[in-house]
Design a protein around this ligand. Structure first.
Ligand code: SAM
Length: 276
């Protein structure tokens, strides 16, 4: 039986600013609420660092084309899945555990008439697919929420064809990240556990993958996160009006803590590619 999203992760995404309602409100604000296309959503439905070029970078590394059967693991609102389907012509299964996000992803697909994307609500650690069902598995900024990373990687290995490709990005820890900082990351952004670059390499090897490549994206992500904090501060009046003063101040403090972790080399981003 499908277990629900673990409590803290569920709460985090229940309150997340990137939501179906946010996407619909943004479309309405731009006068695009009637018959929008997938392209109209892309500015609002991507929940990862680096926007569409980050999805494209993973797709290139995974060799995704029109004939590819792709699994997006922890797909959120399905933004990256719709991008792959509309730009590369691939068939994509968007796998998402959070009930509200999975339902929102399916409704957004229908809204833009994206028939090449199918949403499946399931846990990344127990994939409801047959062996060899996919040519590529992708994932972005999601495995931090899953405690059993060996299970997720093992499941990706099982559902890929021989020669199939896995490409994903995630938050990574560096050795100086202290336990109390990990605890705060758990409380703030539901970071259940964080791996290191080398830790992921080992886990991928143990899951049976070959041709494993790891890339440190911390420099790129540092710049993105810093810009976001600046933007957040520039929009303070609007932020306070939308979320309330207290909530805005708390978020600002946490965001600043997060930026400091990245700037002091305790936290960063990694990209991983491997072959089944
Ligand atoms: C940062 S969002 C990324 C969404 C999407 N990859 C994107 O880039 O737009 C992480 C997503 O992982 C989902 N998630 C967390 N744990 C999961 C699990 N065990 N199985 C499936 N999805 C999960 C969350 O609900 C959330 O939607």
């Amino acid at each position: 039986m499908l277990q629900g999203t673990p409590g803290r992760v569920r709460e985090y995404y229940d309150e997340h600013p990137i939501s179906e309602a946010h996407v619909l409100a943004a479309l309405a604000g731009q006068g695009q609420a009637d018959s929008p296309t997938a392209d109209d959503l892309f500015a609002f439905d991507q929940d990862h660092y680096g926007g569409l070029s980050a999805v494209d970078g993973l797709a290139r590394r995974a060799g995704i084309g029109a004939a590819s059967r792709v699994l997006d693991v922890c797909a959120g609102l399905g933004g990256p899945a719709r991008f792959l389907a509309s730009r590369r012509g691939s068939s994509v299964v968007a796998l998402e555990l959070h009930a509200g996000r999975a339902a929102g992803a399916a409704r957004l697909n229908r809204l833009v008439k994206q028939t090449r994307v199918t949403v499946v609500r399931a846990d990344a650690a127990a994939l409801p697919f047959a062996e060899g069902a996919f040519d590529a598995c992708l994932s972005q900024e999601a495995l931090l929420h899953v405690a059993d990373k060996p299970a997720v990687l093992g499941e990706c290995h099982r559902v890929l064809v021989s020669g199939g490709r896995l490409a994903f990005t995630d938050w990574i820890a560096f050795p100086s990240l202290a336990d109390r900082e990990r605890q705060r990351l758990w409380e703030w952004m539901a970071a259940t556990t964080l791996q290191t670059l080398e830790g992921y390499r080992r886990l991928l090897g143990r899951a049976g993958f070959t041709a494993i490549e790891t890339e440190d994206l911390s420099g790129e992500w540092r710049a993105i996160v810093r810009r976001r904090l600046e933007l957040h501060r520039a929009l303070r009046p609007q932020g306070e009006a939308r979320f309330g003063r207290r909530h805005y101040a708390e978020y600002d403090q946490l965001h600043a803590f997060f930026v400091r972790l990245i700037e002091t080399g305790k936290l960063g981003g990694g990209r991983f590619t491997a072959t089944r």
